[in-house]
Design a protein around this ligand. Structure first.
Ligand SMILES: *Cc1c(COP(=O)(O)O)cnc(C)c1O
Ligand code: SF4
Length: 341
């Protein structure tokens, strides 16, 4: 393993920026520590403890620093703070809203749409988002990329209809660069793979994850590289995130964003417009705005579909077409995600 050395001029940018693993190790996991750090009223502590038993709290420092103090309504805080609302049993909100998720997790590789396969590279993430469909997964049972990469690559090699390989999770960028680089090397030997796409929230939550090393393995092959990041609110896109995204853009990665429509976070047209403007500042094109998956514990985040449609129409009336994401949801058994607006 290469150890980053701050005195080596070639490695300096990455060495200064690294420490992303330390950031993961030192992420806040204790609900009381989170509430005290953010100066929240005491009543939030007990609720956060109760709700975090179902799905643990996990907030890395660089994200924490973007949350306003003493404001329970902060749109970034809402995405990470466990609330009593999560314990409510709401009809229609289930453990496995997309139905095939468990099967998907266990096999580790999934083809749902023509030409594209999706690899579940890992179950780990750089943050725990309270509305996530991952909240009930038996992650101990996830097939590990480290053990199955060769099998998965051979599966892709045998199917010439596959043009694009998507690395998803969890968050694939919680894996080591060396492991991801090896996977890219293997994929580059398959002539019919034209694109590799990474689905990751890491550049948003821990921007120092965008190391020189990462830029190298992501762009060092004949296929074109696409990264779909996940940001829901303009406050997430601070100067460090902007710098990280521009590093990716500068090495030639096509950058797209997906958001989830979330009550109390981004369900106002002004917020969505500012999010799009900030994304474009960072050279990221808004791609999808997802209707929430109906996972148990996330009902308080749901925005009615009609409201989502209205918001996207309002957005389209006031900015460049390429700044407007497709409002979509996933419906089991369909040939593509269903575009609602
Ligand atoms: C969302 C998704 C994709 C990618 O769909 P695009 O519309 O191309 O972004 C591919 N495979 C699976 C299983 C998915 O859920
Ligand atoms: S980063 Fe993505 S996969 Fe991970 S918890 Fe958040 S929404 Fe879920």
């Amino acid at each position: 393993m290469i150890v980053a050395n701050a005195t080596d001029p070639v490695r300096t940018p990455s060495a200064v920026a690294d420490g992303w693993r330390d950031i993961m190790r030192h992420a806040i996991r204790d609900p009381i520590a989170l509430c005290q750090h953010l100066q929240l009223p005491r009543r939030f502590e007990q609720a956060a403890i109760r709700a975090s038993h179902q799905f643990p709290l996990f907030v890395p420092r660089p994200y924490l620093e973007r949350i306003r103090l003493a404001d329970p309504h902060d749109p970034l805080l809402r995405q990470v703070l466990p609330l009593d609302d999560e314990l409510a049993d709401v009809p229609g909100f289930t453990q496995d809203p997309v139905g095939d998720l468990l099967a998907r997790q266990q096999s580790g590789i999934l083809q749902k749409y023509q030409g594209r396969v999706l690899m579940i590279a890992t179950g780990a993430c750089g943050i725990n988002c309270r509305y996530c469909f991952r909240r009930h997964f038996p992650y101990a049972e996830v097939a590990k990329l480290s053990r199955h990469a060769v099998t998965w690559v051979e599966e892709i090699r045998r199917d010439p209809s596959i043009e694009e390989v998507i690395l998803s999770g969890g968050d694939p960028l919680t894996l080591a660069d060396s492991q991801l680089a090896r996977l890219m090397d293997m994929l580059s030997t398959i002539p019919h793979v034209r694109r590799v796409r990474i689905h990751s929230r890491m550049p948003i939550v821990i921007p120092s994850r965008v190391t020189t090393e990462l830029c190298r393995w992501l762009t060092g092959h004949r296929f074109s590289s696409v990264m779909v990041v996940h940001s829901n609110h303009p406050n997430e896109l601070d100067q460090h995130v902007e710098a990280a995204l521009k590093r990716l853009a500068n090495v030639g990665v096509l950058l797209l964003n997906q958001s989830v429509l979330l009550r109390g976070v981004n369900d106002q047209v002004d917020t969505l417009a500012e999010l799009s403007h900030r994304l474009l500042d960072c050279r990221v094109v808004p791609y999808y705005l997802h209707q929430l998956d109906r996972v148990a514990g996330a009902a308080h985040f749901e925005v009615p579909i009609e409201r989502g449609v209205q918001l996207v129409h309002q957005l389209r009336a006031r900015m460049a077409g390429y700044g407007v994401p497709r409002f979509a949801r996933e419906v089991a058994g369909q040939a593509s995600k269903e575009v609602l607006a």
